[in-house]
Design a protein around this ligand. Structure first.
Ligand SMILES: Cc1ncc(COP(=O)(O)O)c(C=O)c1O
Length: 337
């Protein structure tokens, strides 16, 4: 019986869903949404806060500030409340309303950027705001998930070893790329492992992370409008970019089997299933990471009017089908730079 006295002390790390019953093909989804922050970002948040405390950067009276599309913000809100720090989350208008309310319920201040920077998008505008605030008051401490080495180390130390323990014959791992903390931590761990594992990065169409053209992206979590500094493509074997329409199809298909997952899980499942359709003859052990659950997306991905207005009738009508719109599957060798 786990008994805890701080919320960050609990994290379910051993739960997988086998998608064979739903997709007719085995893919083990590692569920990262079962903790009090509701997402995988609890690990990055814990590691970054603890390191900042150890380094003397974060002290009583400090005010944490971070740019987040939501989940890191919720995790930091929870940890800040538990440890007695103030926290300001700088997000943008794509942040789900329920995520924003969650942060406010935990006592955080939420600043919403409504205008993207003309060159660097919403992310660029968020970072400009954070930098200005830090320059104005020395109490602000910016952990900066985009450059903080403890972001990827959290997954090198925790997420990847947890997968390795359960799947000693793992062949392929699908990991969504946001800051690329999860991706780089897992990729670095498995490059040193006792057997080769193909690391397939999943990105959304419209993200510039792997050199693609910027485009509209409405679903938070994966993809960037500024190249992520943590990314080292030398560790990545392949990249799959998924259309948001396919993300929504996958989420809604899983939901109709009773599994309500978040947007980036739909992206990972859609990308993984199209990759497996080309490469798997039933003999591969494949795992994909499911970063959060679906309650935070009830007013977007699971709201038919929202989907209809942004993606058209077709997406709602074809939610049962296999992914069709995955734009590009590129081997690492073909990626420029
Ligand atoms: C739902 C969700 N999925 C995926 C990610 C991407 O994780 P990472 O930043 O480690 O690349 C995030 C990051 O915030 C997220 O919130």
């Amino acid at each position: 019986m786990p008994v805890i006295s701080v919320p960050q002390a609990f994290n379910e790390d051993e739960l997988y869903v086998d998608l064979r019953r739903i997709y007719g093909r085995s893919l083990f989804l590692k569920c990262e949404g079962f903790n009090f922050a509701g997402s995988i970002k609890l690990k990055a948040a814990s590691e970054m806060v603890e390191a900042a405390e150890r380094d003397g950067l974060l002290r009583p009276g400090s005010i944490l500030i971070e740019s987040s599309s939501g989940n890191l913000g919720v995790a930091l809100s929870m940890i800040a409340a538990s440890k007695g720090y103030r926290f300001m989350c700088v997000t943008d208008s794509r942040c789900n309303l329920s995520t924003r309310w969650l942060m406010e319920a935990l006592g955080s201040q939420v600043h919403v950027i409504t205008e993207p920077d003309v060159h660097s998008g919403f992310l660029g505008a968020r970072l400009t705001f954070v930098r200005a605030l830090c320059a104005s008051d020395p109490r602000y401490v910016w952990l900066n998930q985009y450059t903080n080495e403890d972001n990827w180390k959290a997954h090198y130390r925790r997420t990847a070893p947890a997968i390795a323990r359960e799947f000693p014959r793992l062949d392929v791992l699908f990991v969504g790329a946001g800051t690329t903390g999860t991706l780089m931590g897992c990729a670095r761990f498995f490059k040193e492992w006792h057997r080769p594992v193909r690391i397939v990065a999943i990105d959304s169409v419209g993200s510039v992370t792997f050199g693609g053209a910027p485009g509209r992206r409405m679903i938070p979590g994966l993809g960037t409008s500024v190249p992520p500094p943590l990314l080292d493509e030398a560790y990545i074997d392949e990249v799959i970019q998924v259309e948001e329409a396919d993300t929504i199809r996958a989420c809604r298909r899983l939901a109709r089997s009773g599994f309500l997952f978040g947007g980036s899980t739909g992206t990972a499942v859609s990308g993984a299933m199209s990759w497996l359709a080309q490469h798997d003859e039933g003999d591969l052990t494949a795992v994909a990471i499911a970063p959060d659950l679906g309650e935070r997306y009830l007013d977007t991905i699971y709201q038919s009017n929202w989907v209809h207005d942004l993606y058209g009738e077709d997406v709602l009508a074809t939610a049962d089908e296999m992914p069709t719109g995955t734009r590009s599957t590129r081997a690492r060798e073909q990626i420029p730079g």
